[in-house]
Design a protein around this ligand. Structure first.
Ligand SMILES: C=C(O[C@@H]1C=C(C(=O)O)C=C[C@H]1O)C(=O)O
Length: 377
């Protein structure tokens, strides 16, 4: 199946008002689609089912799943035709809108800095929503633009008639598990990409990313048999740079319940703060909008992968040794937007610590918003 054929099937599903997701995982030339056969909303409670999940930021709320058994799965190869990333002009808003949004954001950042000074918490991620008209653009054109622009991101378009239509290109893995092996990352710290990845990071960004690494380490320690944490490295995501530490290891055989791992990790201080419950309470009370699925997570849950222990021996006896491994690849829902009527609702945030500067934090959100604005044309 070609990418165009896949997208045609997905669009037909959309026109029939049925739930679907189409996505491409980082650095793969493959688009997948999951087409749910009815418009029912299924929730996962124990993360034991197989399917595609879409979880809100607020971990007290339920996670939607398109169960594999109720869905049709499609796959197609595609070729990234050109890196269109630098070809589109940045769009800007009128001054007036920008000024009031800017003021509101800075007031909230100042409030967060005061709360940190009062020892209420150490870090909190403050975010905002920006609404832009999209005129007649089809969400599928936006999805194709995202695929072209961000081959190293998890790019998706997700729809449920009772929930909404979301698109994104996220650089952040929440958790990958294959059998007992797992991978995650501590991603935080941001600066604009200006021609080079060989940059120096200031103490604020280094500390911000270290807090995320420490949190993940503490949360995983009780459930892992081995844990490897790599040194932080600079990575490019669109026209931004972040600090990232790869974290991997092997889960204890009795500690691999995904539900518990996800409860331990989500939401990480990369999108919420530290300590988690205090930061989350501050966000829910003070942000000027509802995050819904922004800073939640999404991806494949418990897909089956059959591995033969000895692929060279094609005999009957060998089949007895084939084993089924469960595979989950989950990503944090960042650099995303929701389409409502003819508007795109863009979501963006940044980590606030004691040494944050409100003006610089505003600029950071403006830079991050370009990831989505670039594909809006
Ligand atoms: C919260 C976002 O990004 C997160 C926050 C970052 C930061 O504060 O520097 C960097 C990467 C992400 O972990 C976002 O893009 O909205």
């Amino acid at each position: 199946m070609t990418k165009d054929e896949l997208l045609k099937s997905v669009q037909a599903h959309w026109i029939s008002n049925l739930p679907f997701v189409a996505y491409s995982k980082p650095d793969t030339a493959l688009v997948n689609a999951v087409l749910q056969k009815s418009d029912q909303i299924h929730y996962t409670l124990d993360f034991e089912e197989s399917g595609f999940v879409f979880a809100p930021f607020n971990n007290q709320e339920e996670t939607i799943i398109f169960p594999s058994e109720n869905s049709k799965l499609l796959k197609a190869d595609f070729v990234v035709e050109a890196i269109a990333e630098n070809t589109k002009a940045d769009s800007t808003l009128g001054d007036e809108t920008e000024t009031s949004a800017q003021k509101q954001h800075k007031v909230l950042v100042e409030k967060a800095i005061s709360a940190i000074a009062d020892n209420k918490f150490k870090k909190v991620v403050i975010s905002r929503e920006e609404v832009l008209p999209i005129d007649e653009q089809s969400p599928f054109t936006l999805f194709e633009n995202l695929l072209q622009c961000y081959p190293s991101a998890m790019v998706y378009i997700w729809f449920h008639p009772k929930v909404g239509l979301w698109l994104g290109a996220t650089p952040e893995t929440l958790l990958q598990v294959e059998g007992l092996r797992f991978k995650t990352m501590a991603l935080a710290g941001t600066q604009a990409y200006i021609d080079t990845e060989a940059v120096v990071w200031d103490a604020k960004n280094i500390m911000e990313q270290q807090l995320v690494t420490n949190f993940i380490e503490d949360q995983l320690q009780p459930v892992v048999a081995t844990l490897n944490i790599m040194d932080a490295e600079t990575i490019k995501a669109g026209r931004l740079l972040h600090l990232r530490s790869h974290i991997s290891g092997i889960l204890k055989s009795d500690g691999n319940k995904l539900k518990h791992l996800l409860q331990a990790l989500h939401p990480t201080p990369a999108v919420c703060g530290l300590p988690k419950s205090e930061a989350k309470a501050f966000i829910l009370k003070n942000e000027n909008y509802n995050r819904e699925f922004y800073a939640g997570f999404l991806g494949e849950l418990n897909l089956s992968k059959t591995t033969s222990r000895n692929p060279n021996r094609r005999n009957v006896e060998n089949n007895a040794y084939a084993s089924i491994t469960k595979l989950s690849h989950l990503y944090v829902n960042l650099r995303c937007m929701q389409i409502k009527q003819q508007n795109a609702h863009l979501y963006v945030g940044g980590g606030i610590t004691q040494s944050s500067n409100p003006e610089a934090e505003w600029e950071e959100t403006v830079n991050k918003l370009q990831t989505m604005k670039r594909v809006l044309g």
